[in-house]
Design a protein around this ligand. Structure first.
Ligand code: ADP
Ligand code: MG
Length: 280
């Protein structure tokens, strides 16, 4: 598959020396993280948005990223996706320190972010949207047949049966179908990590259910999925881990099975819940 390669192959940029960093409390899990961010700081001018943030995502798991408006979720996701560069901290991919200079570098590692606005083109069809900017050519002409076939195969592999023709225009699709196209576009490229920023925010109940099932299938295929969501029912329905940001700090990252709705709401609203979370 012709995924865009980052400069120098798999790892983008020279490995950075590991900064001295105090050992953190172990987040006990049998699987090694694919993404492992530690001590991430990010400021915009004088405003520090992320403070010493740790975050991990493991293959085969859905990691929900939660937090109130302005907590820093999108900023963290943009650091993960190479849109922003952290000011400090360590970013490891499969245990190797990396420095991502752009979303293209992230894509080179198999990290894809589905942003909240989806960035689909209304006037183009499903195939054209899925290959936008990464079209396959056949000599001089675009290889329409190959792209159509691959788009249909990708949707089928995701068990998506509700789309109809892959030549439908995006302007004719429902919100849930658009979300599905954006997700399918993200997994078309041998992705290893898919980050979804509020995929169900604008969807009704049935469409939300379909998107959540799709999210679960991505993890079951072995991807590391990061799901930003405000909806506690969605988070508990689909996630294996929950990472709660509070005012730009990671209050806690916990296994979903180990916490209650109420504890997560407390982490979101006050940064702590009993023994969990930030110290005063
Ligand atoms: N490019 C930017 N320049 C300045 N401030 C920003 C920028 N991006 C985000 N912020 C600020 O960072 C904080 C966190 O924003 P964001 O990451 O979007 O939070 P969330 O996604 O959790 O709602 C907000 O106060 C926001 O105003
Ligand atoms: Mg946001």
């Amino acid at each position: 598959m012709n995924r865009p390669a980052g400069p120098g192959g798999r790892v983008c940029g020279p490995p950075v020396p590991a900064p001295a960093h105090p050992p953190r409390a172990a987040n006990v899990s049998p699987v090694t993280p694919l993404l492992d961010l530690r001590g991430i700081d990010k400021s915009f001018g004088p405003v520090q948005v992320l403070h010493d943030v740790d975050f991990t995502a493991r293959p085969g798991e859905v990691t929900a990223l939660v937090g109130d408006n302005g907590a820093g979720k999108t900023t963290l996701v943009k650091c993960i996706g190479g849109v922003h560069q952290p000011d400090a901290g360590e970013y490891r991919f499969e245990g190797t320190p990396v420095r991502l200079g752009s979303p293209r570098d992230a894509a080179g590692l198999g990290i894809e972010v589905v942003h909240q606005d989806l960035a689909l083109c209304e006037n183009l069809d499903i195939v054209e949207n899925m290959f936008l900017g990464r079209e396959r050519s056949n000599g001089l002409a675009l290889d329409e047949a190959a792209m159509e076939e691959q788009a249909a195969r990708t949707l089928a592999a995701l068990s998506v049966r509700t789309m109809g023709s892959v030549r439908r225009r995006v302007s004719d699709l429902s919100g849930g179908q658009r979300q599905t196209v954006a997700i399918a576009r993200a997994v078309l490229w041998d992705s290893r990590v898919v980050v979804l920023d509020e995929p169900a925010a604008a969807l009704g109940v049935a469409q939300t259910q379909q998107v959540l099932e799709l999210v679960r299938r991505l993890a079951d295929k072995g991807l590391a999925v990061v799901l930003i969501s405000h909806n506690m029912n969605d988070v508990f329905a689909v996630s294996d881990q929950i990472a709660a940001l509070y005012l730009g700090r990671m209050a806690a990252q916990v296994r979903t099975a180990d916490v209650t709705h109420r504890q997560v709401v407390e982490l979101i609203t006050s940064g702590r819940s009993g023994d969990l979370g930030l110290r005063a």
